[in-house]
Write a protein that binds this ligand. Sequence first.
Ligand code: THG
Length: 548
Amino acid sequence: ENQKLMTGASPSVMVSVLEGLGVDALGVNCSLGPDKMLPVVKEIIENASIPVIVNPNAGLPVIKDGKTEFDIDAKSFAKSMEEIAKLGAGILGGCCGTTPEYIKKTRELVDKLEFLPIEEKNRTVVSSYNHTVEFGEKPILIGERINPTGKKILKEALRQKNYEYILKEGIGQEDAGADILDVNAGLPEIDEKEVLQDLVKLFQSVTSLPLQIDTSNADAMEASLRQYNGKALINSVNGKKESMKEIFPLAKKYGGAVICLTLDEDGIPETASGRIEIANKIIETAKEYGISQKDLIFDPLCMTISSDSASAIVTLECIKEFKKMGIKTSLGVSNVSFGLPKRNLINSTFFAMALATGLNAAIMNPYSSEMMDVYYSFCALSNLDERCENYINYASREDEKAEIKPQNTEVSDNDGLIRAVLKGLTDESQNYTKKLLETEEPLSVIDNCIIPALDEMGSKFEKGRAFLPQLLMSAEAAKVAFDVIKARMQDGGKSRDKKYKIVLATVKGDIHDIGKNIVKVLLENYDFDVIDLGKDVDAKVIVDTANR
Ligand code: THG
């Protein structure tokens, strides 16, 4: 009814993910009656370039005289299905509660209708498991900070597999306003394939931003794409035969949009026309692999102006030409200033020039206030920010200087633990709890940090701002904190009385236990003593246990 999956994925997310994987048709089944499915079907059809399937229930089940019935009869079912067919769904059927009668009545109405042609939507999108980002409207910010270049602490974190440090760097960029996170683990002395796939896997549990997988190692790329639940941004392919031969089959198999660098066996052409020629070659070759232009995003590259003072201008020329050709663009903006003083100044001015030229996405540092100043003011000036709402919000946040703060800076231990539980960071949660227990009573850690954090997550979940994966990650991080506290209380010789005992089971006939397991974790976190009888349990066993 909220038009989302349990994970928080919307219909448009699912279309991008499933189309990316190469399905021939997709749709929606079961769940609701056809009337309530209409908005979902609409959203699917607006996004899909393939045939759409719709199999609703005969409404919702109601219990009547001890029997399950469905609340929509064959006639009104058929009426709604006719509307669904008119929207453009081409494959129709029925799920729970429907009978041959429902299908017959539906056919009486829809057999007369013409099939609507399936339109190629040509949208350039990437997605995480529950969130899409579209290229072409507002400029897209791709956070560059998960990249060891020039970063001592990050290099050390990659060597030590100190993943929590790296995850925090990602969360910080999300809070600062990034739309996509670039993930680069390119250090010669580490096993890049292993580390990159670990990172891709872990990032998906703490952020719902889509990822840009940044590696020149095709094995590492494939392993990471396998881990990725969504349509990734693949960074990158280039005009070399070898590169296209390695990367395009991966894009075809796993889905994804591909960043294409305009360089080939002869290097980066000095002129815009040379780079455009390479772009055309890449587009043609991609077609041979069945990859359409909408899934290609071109990076005309910019070297530092400290070694070639014309390089920024040539890059801007390319962006202009690409825009004319209907080609989407992305650029690593910070490269432009290597070797110069006051890099932020050069970067942000170049960013403004590139945006004004039509750049669709930038790999940049979202912690840089100069860069964010440019982004928000550019959007306001370009009629991409209605009533300047985002600009005004940004300006007042900047005034307070509160919200936009890198993650890896000092926070109080209290706030640290609350944040760790909210973000689902288990190591952090454990460390902060240990530290807090040096000075505070176990109960006050529970009451001041863990419970408020769980309450906030619960309320976000209820409001539809957080979804099942986040809820479970949070519960996991809270559990780790409780384990530390429990161990500590046993050391101290005092054990807390459990508040209540709870008997939990799914009833005979119900073998699904996702819901029960969530309830169990949450209750345990609130320190209830849970007796879990498992699934498919006889009513008598449940009652007997409760009585005992
Ligand atoms: N195009 C595409 N991908 C890319 C690039 C590109 N990936 C990598 C790179 N270029 C973009 N990412 C960065 C990341 C960091 C920096 C520049 C580009 C950088 N780092 C500071 C340094 O080295 O001094 C580190 C300082 C800091 O932030 O702590 O400049 O062009 N497709």
